[in-house]
Design a protein around this ligand. Structure first.
Ligand SMILES: Nc1ncnc2c1ncn2[C@@H]1O[C@H](COP(=O)(O)OP(=O)(O)OP(=O)(O)O)[C@@H](O)[C@H]1O
Length: 216
């Protein structure tokens, strides 16, 4: 599902990634851990096509994404990739259900099918009673879970998550872990997760440790 070779990245004179190789199989759940500043988020952004490496290449779903044009990349992302970040940018004028549906509408999938899937995901994340609420009427953790449902609406083949449980309490964090594992079972989706959550890391199939811009 993912193959990255010899990824290098520098911001100015600061070398943040120093030759990272990583292969992830379809259906694998991999956690990336390491101390602050180790380069985890930088790596996740590059693997998820949100940033370009200075050197090296990334293959996703047998497609070389490094160097792809912007239009082609955004179509590729919409079809194959889900992103879960701490800053979730829900659209304030839309309710939870609509926010979750938007990527499905952009992909021009049947309206009813998208809505049913959105409702199912929201319920599985404990938000069945928040479907009609706008983001301003939701807590931070609830907004985070709406963003998770939105990331999953198109059944992406690979999900990139940066601290997905960062602002969730332990019970909601556990529900989120369970959802990831259920989805892997149902759809054989692949998950690459940057996390400080020990429990989530331990449940993963594999834990990748980063230190000073390298996988150790
Ligand atoms: N856009 C940028 N411009 C300049 N420096 C950056 C940029 N993004 C990241 N860095 C620097 O690169 C290094 C790695 O950052 P990164 O966010 O990848 O680390 P991390 O392992 O995810 O850390 P954390 O666990 O604290 O989120 C840090 O020293 C950071 O300050």
């Amino acid at each position: 599902m993912l193959e990255a070779r010899n990824i290098h990245k520098a911001y100015g004179s600061v070398e943040v990634l120093k030759g990272v190789d990583l292969t992830v199989q379809e259906g694998e759940i991999v956690s990336i851990v390491g101390s602050s500043g180790a380069g985890k988020s930088s790596l996740l952004h590059i693997l998820g096509t949100l940033d370009q490496p200075d050197q090296g290449e990334v293959m996703l779903h047998h497609t070389k994404v490094t160097g792809m044009g912007a239009r082609q990349l955004s179509a590729f992302r919409n079809q194959y990739i889900g992103f879960v970040f701490q800053f979730h940018h829900l659209l304030p004028e839309f309710n939870s259900l609509e926010n979750v549906c938007i990527p499905g509408w952009i992909a021009k999938r049947p309206k009813k099918e998208v809505e049913n899937r959105a409702e199912d995901l929201l319920k599985r994340l404990g938000l069945g009673h928040r479907i009609d609420h706008k983001p301003s009427a939701l807590s931070g953790g609830e907004q985070q879970r709406v963003a998770v449902a939105r990331a999953l609406i198109n059944n992406p083949r690979i999900v990139f998550a940066d601290e997905p449980t960062g602002n969730l309490d332990s019970s909601n964090a556990r529900d989120l872990h369970e959802l990831f594992f259920q989805l892997r079972k149902e759809l054989n989706q692949t998950f690459l997760i940057v996390t400080h959550n020990e429990e989530l890391a331990q449940m993963s199939d594999r834990v990748v440790h980063m230190k000073d811009g390298k996988i150790v």
